[in-house]
Each structure stands twice: as C-alpha cells, then as structure tokens.
Design a protein around this ligand. Structure first.
Ligand SMILES: [Zn+2]
Length: 208
C-alpha cells in the first residue's frame, strides 16, 4: 500500500527539481492574473484592481510556500535522551489551509498526528511544520494525509504512525454542489496503528 502511493507521488526532491527550471517570472504571473480578471468581466486597470495582480502573486508565494520546504529535513533533528519514553505522542487539531489541485479552491481543516516512538523523538512543533509543508501545495486530501504519515514513518522509523485529517473543501461548500456543512475525513495508519486495535483505539479516542 505504502509503496504504491510512493510510486504515484514522486518524492518532493524530484518534483522540485522538475518544477524549478520551468518557474515563470513574476511579471508573467501578474499578466496571467490580469487576464483572469479581464475574463471575469472586470477591468484590471481600474483603481481598485490595479495592484491586485502583484498582491495575488505575493499571496500565492505564501500559500504555496510548501514547495520550498523539505518535510524530511524538518524531521531530521531528533532527541534520544527520552528516558526510554515509548508511549504515544499525539499532536491534536493542527490547523492548516491547503488548496485543491482541481479548482485551486481552499481546503481548510485540522490534522491529528500521532506516533509511537522507537527511541527517536522529534520536537513537537516539527509535526505541525510537516503538516504545513505539505498543505501549502496543490493537494488532494487523501495524498496530504498519506504524505504526512509516510514522511514520519520514513524519517523517525517509529513503531507506528496515525494521521487523521478533517477538512472542508471550498470547491464543494461554496460552489458546485453547495454543501456548506460537510467535511471530509481521511486517515492513514501505519505499523502498530494499523495492526494493533488497542493503539488504534487509543489514537481515535484522542480525536474530537
Ligand atoms: Zn476541488
């Protein structure tokens, strides 16, 4: 299962190398945004819109900053002086904003990330940064969920990892089928989170 997903999603480094030379210049991006504004029926030259392309470009830089982050690197620094701590570590309700790759519409949600360490423990803020690094890309929620679990599994080599993501997708809450109250729940359980019902249950009891 895990290797199949890895095969579908090229590792970040490869994707980054492939993307980098093709990145257009800032002026090109702003021109494209002016085109979109004209296409909506408005006038990109009017006062209220004249600086919008530059603002949107800056906003995109921030919203898609994840392409410049290597989540594996974020998890590299670990602590080993843990007095043999071997119980579950869970960071609950990590807020994130992502964008769906089908409509560029916001995906707004929270992630619950847990692992059962095997000696190596990572600073807790790093778990939130990993979520953010993957969220600030064009995503589908299923892949976001899998990527978070996989990188923790690959780098920390814990006894198990559990990730649950709950998010609302603006491409279906504010347009399309217009289902404002809905959210999508996805999960990925690896190692003992998948194989041991008690561990899985302990994790699920921490998710609200
Ligand atoms: Zn969408």
């Amino acid at each position: 299962m895990k290797s199949r997903l890895h095969a579908l999603v090229p590792p970040f480094e490869t994707a980054e190398r492939d993307l980098e030379p093709a990145r257009p210049a800032r002026a090109e991006v702003e021109a494209a945004i002016r085109t979109v504004i004209r296409w909506t029926g408005d006038d990109p030259q009017r006062d209220g819109l004249i600086d919008t392309p530059a603002r949107v470009a800056r906003a995109f830089q921030e919203l898609f900053a994840g392409y410049g982050e290597d989540p594996a690197l974020i998890l590299q620094r670990t602590f080993e002086e843990t007095e043999g701590y071997d119980e579950m570590i869970a960071l609950r309700g990590i807020s994130f904003t992502s964008h769906c790759e089908h409509h560029l519409a916001p995906i707004i949600g929270r992630a619950w990330v847990a692992y059962l360490p095997r000696g190596r423990v990572v600073g807790i803020s790093k778990l939130a940064r990993v979520v953010e690094a993957y969220a600030k890309r064009l995503q589908i929620q299923e892949r976001l969920t899998a990527q978070i679990a996989n990188v923790i599994d690959d780098v920390l080599k814990p006894q198990g990892v559990g990730v649950i993501v709950k998010a609302t997708h603006h491409c279906m809450t504010t347009r399309g089928v217009h289902q404002p109250g809905t959210d999508l729940v996805t999960s990925r359980m690896l190692g003992c989170f998948r194989d041991d019902p008690l561990t899985r249950q302990e994790f699920l009891s921490l998710v609200d």
